[in-house]
Design a binder for this molecule. Structure first.
Ligand code: FAD
Length: 720
């Protein structure tokens, strides 16, 4: 083994699937020194996961990616349920809306994982702004080493040193991981306690072989990695270049057979069931007389099992079938038995008397998936596991990519702000606290649906469970809204989430019942995502989704619902809060430089001009939203307090911080105060985390200001 180099990095990400790329994007947007390695030669080009749920699209929109997905994808607006009639012939039982109208400006869409990976790679590169020469991804592991092997920083932009660019280093896999537990102590900020050896692979070692020569399949058999279920130490690793990297943090985003998880030892193994279900997946351009082929459709046949039809982009349709013939009652099956013809033949039986065939197959796979969750999501808050590396489940609810990306969306800003020295390392423990329950809920949800949507004859399931198909449909719709869209996800109270406990009635210190005061922003629940509604920008009356003013740049946000603009009392109250923010709170908080690619994402045009403000802005961004049906000229923009219209000597006034809730001239009425549950005279302050989750919701009174201060002081380091 040739040891090439020893280097340091703040964060090493293992695996460049959706989870790893989301994390890399966060770290690029925050200007953190990070590396991301993947054992494969290239990104995914077809197949694998394809469903983008509502919350994922909102998240991707905060990075400026969602529109590309929205434009290219197939939109799944309705869902159809087909069941056998009394004669056993399948017929349409119902056709209903897919999800629930009004949850978000987005709804579920489908596009294959590879396109999303492309958009991530573009967004990572764009983070560094147009001044940087556009570099393609390194072609080989050796070249990637050049990007990261030297310790020099990137070029100077706007008077600030740019961090080294994050770019995926392909054909690289780790071979060992050790943690120096003494150096890993939380307050030891400058230590690099995790040492990882990386091996740079040859093209042949990194290229997966395929079952059939003419169609890509998902049965990856890397030439180097051991096959599924084989102890990694028993694999023959050919000679190659090895590099030793010292890291502050390592994140294993390396999929269901995670090397990182195994490297952490047996106490990190996954627990749960390895089901008997084998999923056959076929991406084809169908030739069929089935009338609902362009709708999301669930078909339960009388005797031949069940199937999901997922219409896709480019006339493609994905068929998901639980294959009954190859199930073996526990343990793993030999997936090489399965070929596309076998999956098609199962589809034909389920769809009978309708016909289905194809000339073009884009991708296929057969996989056996357990419903399992890792025992721990992190070791010493220095090594983390995310995505499929720490939870696996069936593809039924289209959650594969979504929960994985949402894991690292949760982790990325925390790691990034800690590495930048602006947040306390103790926030890292909230990653497992917040995401493990979500993984557990996902598995419980998947388990329920496995029974109701198994490959077995529907009459057997009905006999066993007593669940009617009507109940199944209702359960599907309910769960779909609450859980699978992810807009219903709620994190329990912790140092980042103040209040928002489920129980409204609490016992006070004396043990007697005590009803909590109603929230001043009833629809902004701490622990849940802050929803987006339309407001008008005060300076030019242009309607905006409030989310578009809250992009993912690492900043916390105070959304000040200042009350009614025609009320002198309300204006004065907002001014007093402004005085306190400018003279007391903001000077205590750290600044956070803006990466060039994060500016103006939704302002039209390319990511920002890269012209930096004289002073890096505060980590706390303040937005004022007032209510008023009157003409916009009632309040002149420059008469608002400087807390809401910051001035920079180089860039002038920021006209993008004051908004009004009133009908627009061309785009209807967002009715934002109502939608957020805020009284137009009482007002409210909502604190939003960098990941768009509500951290606290309080009134506009002075006691509430202290709550805001305490919340932020518990999380952030002091200004330097
Ligand atoms: P992955 O997307 O698995 O990404 C892991 C990455 O880590 C990969 O790029 C891999 O090359 C890399 N890697 C792995 N080990 C190492 C290592 N030792 N060193 C360096 N890099 C490593 N979901 C659905 O919803 N529907 C489907 O039909 C579907 N089909 C699938 C078919 C296959 C073959 C697979 C593998 C997954 C499928 N999934 C499907 C699941 C879905 O793709 C995942 O849930 C989703 O991609 C999870 O994202 P992730 O980033 O956590 O992991």
């Amino acid at each position: 083994m040739t040891v090439k180099a020893t280097s340091k990095t703040d964060v090493l990400i293992v695996g460049a699937g959706p989870a790893g790329l989301m994390l890399a994007l966060w770290l690029a947007r925050l200007g953190v020194d990070a590396r991301i390695v993947d054992k494969r030669t290239d990104k995914v080009y077809s197949g694998q996961a394809d469903g983008f749920q509502i919350r994922s699209l909102e998240i991707l929109d905060s990075f400026g990616i969602a529109q590309r997905i929205w434009n290219e994808s197939n939109h799944m607006v309705e869902v159809c349920f087909w069941n056998p009639d009394e004669t056993g012939r399948i017929c349409r039982d119902s056709r209903v809306v897919n999800g629930k109208a009004g949850l978000s400006r987005f709804h579920e869409v489908v596009l294959h994982q590879g396109r999303a990976e492309t958009f991530f790679l573009d967004a990572i590169r764009d983070s560094y702004g147009p001044q940087q020469p556009t570099r393609g991804e390194p072609k080989a592991g050796g070249q990637a080493g050049k990007t990261h092997g030297d310790t020099s920083s990137g070029p100077d932009v706007g008077g600030q040193q740019q961090p080294r660019q994050v770019s995926v280093e392909r054909r690289v896999m780790p071979t060992s991981l050790t943690i120096d537990e003494d150096a890993a102590a939380e307050d030891n900020r400058d230590s690099y306690p995790v040492t990882v050896a990386l091996r740079h692979l040859s093209e042949n070692e990194a290229t997966p072989t395929q079952m059939l020569s003419n169609v890509q399949d998902g049965l990856f058999r890397s030439n180097l990695s051991p096959p599924d279920g084989v102890d990694p130490s028993s694999a023959t690793i050919p000679e190659g270049i090895e590099e030793v990297v010292q890291c502050k943090y390592v994140v294993g985003c390396d999929g269901a057979h995670s090397w990182t998880r195994k490297a952490l030892g047996p106490e990190y193994e996954m627990v749960g069931e390895m089901t008997d279900y084998i999923w056959g997946v076929l991406d084809i351009v169908p030739i069929t007389d089935f009338p609902d082929i362009r709708n999301r459709t669930m078909i339960h046949s009388a005797d031949n099992g069940s199937m999901m039809v997922i219409p896709r982009e480019n006339r493609l349709v994905r068929l998901y079938i639980q294959l009954t013939e190859v199930s073996v009652g526990g343990g793993r099956v030999d997936r090489s038995q399965i070929k596309p013809d076998m999956i098609l033949s199962a589809a034909k039986k389920i769809m009978h008397p309708y016909k289905i065939d194809y000339h073009y197959c884009d991708w296929w796979t057969a996989y056996q998936i357990g419903q399992r969750v890792g025992k721990h999501f992190s070791k010493l808050n220095r090594v983390f596991l995310a995505g499929d590396a720490v939870h696996t489940h069936s593809p039924k609810a289209g959650q594969g990519m979504n929960v994985s990306m949402q894991d690292t969306f949760n982790l990325g800003w925390k790691l990034g702000l800690v590495c930048k020295g602006v947040a306390k390392p103790s926030i890292l423990s909230t990653y497992e606290f917040e995401r493990k329950p979500i993984a557990n809920q996902l598995i419980a949800f998947d388990h329920r649906f496995s029974r109701l949507f198994s490959g077995r004859p529907v009459k057997d399931i009905l006999d066993e469970t007593g669940v009617s198909m009507g109940e199944f449909g209702a359960a599907f719709r309910q769960s779909h809204m609450q859980f699978t869209t992810a807009v219903g996800i709620k994190y329990s109270p912790n140092m980042l989430v103040v209040g928002g406990d489920d129980e409204e009635d609490k016992k006070d210190d004396t043990g007697s019942d005590h009803k909590q005061a109603p929230s001043p922003a009833a629809a902004c629940v701490p622990g849940m995502r802050f929803a987006s509604h339309q407001v008008l920008r005060h300076s030019d009356a242009r309607p905006w989704q409030l989310h578009h003013k809250m992009q993912s740049d690492g900043r916390f946000r105070l959304v000040v619902f200042g009350g009614h603009v025609s009320s002198q009392r309300d204006l004065q109250r907002a001014d007093e809060l402004g005085d306190w923010l400018v003279s007391h709170l903001l000077p205590k908080l750290p600044a956070l430089a803006v990466m060039p690619g994060t500016t103006n994402l939704h302002g039209g045009g390319r990511p920002g001009h890269g012209f930096q403000p004289e002073q890096p802005p505060s980590i706390l961004d303040v937005l004022l939203v007032y209510h008023g049906q009157e003409n916009i000229s009632v309040g002149e923009h420059l008469s608002f307090h400087s807390a809401y219209q910051p001035f920079d000597p180089k860039l002038g006034h920021d006209y993008d911080k004051v908004f009004v809730d009133r009908p627009s001239h061309h785009n209807g009425n967002g009715d934002a105060y109502n939608a957020y549950g805020v009284d137009q005279y009482k007002g409210a302050i909502v604190g939003v985390r960098p990941d768009g989750v509500v951290g606290l919701a309080v009134g506009l009174d002075k006691e509430s200001w202290v709550e805001v201060e305490n919340w932020l002081e518990g999380i952030l380091c002091k200004a330097k």
